[in-house]
Each structure stands twice: as C-alpha cells, then as structure tokens.
Design a protein around this ligand. Structure first.
Ligand code: FEO
Length: 168
C-alpha cells in the first residue's frame, strides 16, 4: 500500500514521463520539418518509449490500490536553433529525469516502502541507459560536426540508434 505522499510523488513522475513523450514527439516534428528524417524517426520512436515508462508507473500505482492521477502538462518548446540544440536539450532533460527518479528512490527508502524501492530499480537502470544513449549522440555531434555533409551523416547515424534502450 502506498502512502498518500508516495502516491503523489509517483503521480508527478507519471506526468514527467508523459511530458518527456510530448517533448520528444515535438522534437521529432521539428526535425522532420527541417529535413532531418533520421533524427525525426529516432525521436518519434523514443517518444513511444517514454509513454511505456509512463504506463509502467501508471500500472504500478493502480496495482497498489492507489489512484493514478493524470495532471496538466506544459507544452513542449516547438522550435530549436539547430540539431545540436535538440540533443543538448534531450541530454539535460534526461539528467533531470534521473534526478527525479533518485529522489523517488530516496523517499521510498525513507518511508521503508521496499516494494516501491524495488519497483524503481528498473528506472534506475533505465536512466543509466538513457543518459548513455543521449550522451553518445552529443559525442557523435562533437566528432562529426554539423557543417556541410556532416549533418547528413550525423542524421543517418542517429536513425541507427532507434530502439537502443529497451522497455520490458
Ligand atoms: Fe523515461 Fe527518458 O526517461
């Protein structure tokens, strides 16, 4: 059974995962509009993964007998300065999500809610993978660059990364 405080925290995380999905879907639209079709495909696929993260939390809250509550979401930014800007934002966003998961884990331990602590371990591992994935894109941008044909090859490389983190 979840405490009301833990239910509230998990519901907030549900909102953050749903926002992540909207953020990446909007980025996908911007990339497609700019002709970066590989990045658009990658981000669209990743938006779907974020929805799975959201549903996993939603199901957990429901299974404990607590009430899952979907709150209002902010609109994601519609535009970016460059493809590099998009992936700087994704990396910073994932770091902020990791911080949120870490706070949830700390709260679960403080409350001696070991069921939630155990459940959250999946998110701890997933965030490690997510940060690694988005950092690898920033590394590619740094090596290949965004000038001339570089952006064409970069976009093709980013397309290959679709599906590199798994949800189970
Ligand atoms: Fe659900 Fe990308 O964190």
């Amino acid at each position: 059974m979840l405490t009301p405080a833990m239910t509230d925290r998990l519901n907030k995380q549900i909102g953050l995962e749903q926002y992540s999905s909207n953020l990446y879907l909007q980025m996908s639209a911007w990339c497609d509009h700019q002709g970066y079709t590989g990045s658009a495909a990658f981000l669209r696929e990743h938006a779907g993964e974020e929805l799975q993260h959201m549903h996993k939390l939603f199901d957990y809250v429901c299974e404990t007998g607590a009430l899952a509550v979907l709150g209002a979401l902010n609109a994601p930014p519609p535009g970016y300065k460059s493809l590099g800007d998009v992936f700087e934002v994704t990396y910073k966003h994932e770091i902020s999500i990791t911080a949120g998961i870490n706070q949830l884990v700390a709260s679960a331990l403080a409350e001696q809610d070991f069921g939630t602590f155990q459940f959250l371990q999946w998110y701890v591992s997933e965030q490690h993978e997510e940060e690694r994935l988005f950092k690898s894109i920033l590394d590619k941008i740094s090596v290949i660059g965004l000038e001339g044909k570089g952006i064409y090859f970069l976009d093709k490389e980013i397309r290959k990364l679709a599906g590199q983190t798994t949800v189970s």
